[in-house]
Design a binder for this molecule. Structure first.
Ligand SMILES: Cc1ncc(COP(=O)(O)O)c(C=O)c1O
Length: 505
């Protein structure tokens, strides 16, 4: 006798009794398996129908298709909506989908994420997540050791990504710096009225979440001091020293230096040892945003690029970038667990002090969130399934592919390479000739042409106020033949835009 009910059975029984529609045991897992199997079947068919990295339809048509699918009801909802979502998806596993730090997830991590969804643990209290609480504590300690921290002393938390990690780190740094400067507990009393302005110093191309964090933390975006970078987008230590000296001379409070290990576009890694030295000399919190570059730690060959990381007070690292996790899988690590003190909370209904004193641990005091899913589970399963070396081999494959792709750009006379890749991005553009504005227009339009045709998802950025294109290579299965074909698509789209613009003159 099959224990797997059919989709119809489930739909009927779900209508008959809401209890049978739940995912938990005893009947739930079989129901989930059946539903997932059906949805995966639909997804595979719809992926084949789409036939490319994204739908060959514009925003209006995609919205209309979604509107139509949302009319589905009952048992038809899952297949209809799965089909609509897939048909209208950007597929990060397609070799011609290479715009963003948006990785194709590992099958084993997706399976683990499904388990986490079924169990629906919440990490804000031990009694909602006994094993998950222990697992997050242990896995975070492992990742801290990978960074070079002493795992048993280090602190850390799984986050929704680099944005939350940077915000949390800067909140800890703010409370540390302003608390020290004013003798007031910032979390309790708010920002003290003071003529000393708080300052966050980061490279000019640091991620925009640094500015956003400054705004959210009540410091204002103006608190962020953009430090000059070199041509590879790495912070210049001499410029940082000058900025720190200016901050000191003005009587301002340096809240943190934010170094980046892997800038979003060029993959630049700031000179961490020199920056750490300055942070120590000026007594300033050093946060390293390794949301992108942190994955290099998995590779024995490449981890040397991050040397100095262990000197940071805190580090952001995203496993939904170079870690092949489904979103979300961010991690924030601190050298000392006590650095999380400003977030510490004892809440009667979650982690009363006497529970904690009786040996029931709580992770509530590590996160800005309250309810928090067990994203650590997929990370744990991935680390155990592939090992750091397995992930390292994937990082190396992407890094090598970026080098090969850069050589292909150089070999194609219609394209121009911005510079040799640092990590896994290749920044380049179509040589349009004519004025700089004409070149910008052609490059911007050719990217949209590829989007409209559903043939390729290529990134776009700006360097020195000019439009450049970008391939973010995060698919270790993509081959040099795939990237050659992608570059040919880009160059042909550039030719087509040139002709189009000439004809419309
Ligand atoms: C360097 C860097 N930091 C932070 C982030 C933000 O990460 P998330 O999108 O996971 O919040 C990104 C995103 O691309 C990034 O490139």
């Amino acid at each position: 006798m099959s224990i797997t009910p059919s989709t119809e059975d489930l739909a009927i029984s779900a209508e008959a009794s809401p209890r049978t529609g739940l995912a938990g045991a005893p009947q739930g897992p079989a129901a989930v398996s059946a539903l997932v199997e059906e949805a995966m079947h639909t997804l595979a068919l719809a992926t084949a129908e789409r036939g490319g990295p994204l739908p060959a339809r514009g925003p209006h048509e995609v919205a209309e298709a979604v509107r139509a699918a949302l009319s589905a009801t009952g048992a038809a909802a899952l297949p209809r909506l799965t089909r609509a979502l897939t048909a209208g998806a950007a597929d990060p596993a397609h070799p011609h989908c290479a715009a963003h730090l948006h990785c194709p997830p590992l099958a084993v991590a997706v399976a683990a994420d499904t388990v986490a969804s079924v169990l629906n643990q919440s990490l804000d209290s031990w009694d909602q997540s006994p094993a998950a609480t222990a697992m997050e504590t242990q896995v975070v300690a492992e990742l801290a050791e990978l960074v070079g921290y002493r795992g048993e002393q280090a602190g850390g938390v799984v986050t929704s990504g680099g944005t939350e990690s940077n915000l949390t780190a800067l909140m800890l740094a703010r409370d540390h710096a302003l608390g020290t400067a004013t003798g007031r507990e910032v979390g309790r009393h708010g920002l003290a009225p003071s003529r000393a302005r708080p300052r966050i110093l980061c490279g000019r191309v640091a991620h925009f979440s640094v500015q956003r964090s400054a705004a959210l933390l009540g410091l204002g975006e103006d608190a962020v001091v953009a430090v000059d970078v070199d041509e590879r987008h790495r912070m210049r230590p001499a410029a940082l020293r000058a900025a720190l000296e200016r901050t000191r001379a003005d009587g301002d409070v340096p809240v943190a230096i934010v170094a980046t290990a892997g800038t979003t576009d060029l993959g630049g890694v700031d000179p961490l040892p020199a920056i750490a030295h300055l942070a120590e000399e000026f007594g300033v919190w050093l946060h390293v945003d390794a949301a992108y570059g942190g994955g290099l730690l998995f590779s024995r060959r490449l981890r040397g690029l991050l040397s100095g990381l262990e000197s940071a007070h805190s580090v952001s690292m995203d496993l939904h970038k170079l870690g092949w996790q489904p979103v979300a899988a961010g991690v924030l690590l601190t050298r000392e667990r006590a650095m999380f003190a400003p977030l510490s909370r004892s809440v009667d209904y979650l982690n009363p002090t006497d529970d904690e004193e009786s040996g029931y641990p709580s992770l509530l005091g590590y996160s800005l969130r309250t309810t928090r899913r067990a994203d650590v589970f997929k990370i744990a399963v991935t680390l155990r399934t592939l090992g750091t070396d397995g992930l390292g081999a994937m990082v190396e494959a992407c890094h090598d592919l970026a080098q090969r792709t850069a050589a292909q750009v150089i070999a194609e006379p219609r394209l121009e390479l911005a510079q040799a890749p640092s990590l896994t991005t290749v920044v380049f553009r179509y040589r349009a000739g004519g004025t700089a504005e004409h070149g910008d227009r052609v490059n911007a339009r050719l990217r949209r042409r590829l989007l409209e045709q559903g043939r390729a998802v290529v990134g776009r950025t700006s360097i020195d106020d000019r439009v450049w294109l970008k391939l973010t290579l995060l698919n270790p299965d993509t081959t040099p033949d795939d990237t050659a074909a992608l570059l040919a698509l880009v160059a042909d789209a550039g030719d087509a835009e040139q002709s189009h613009l000439q004809e419309s003159r």
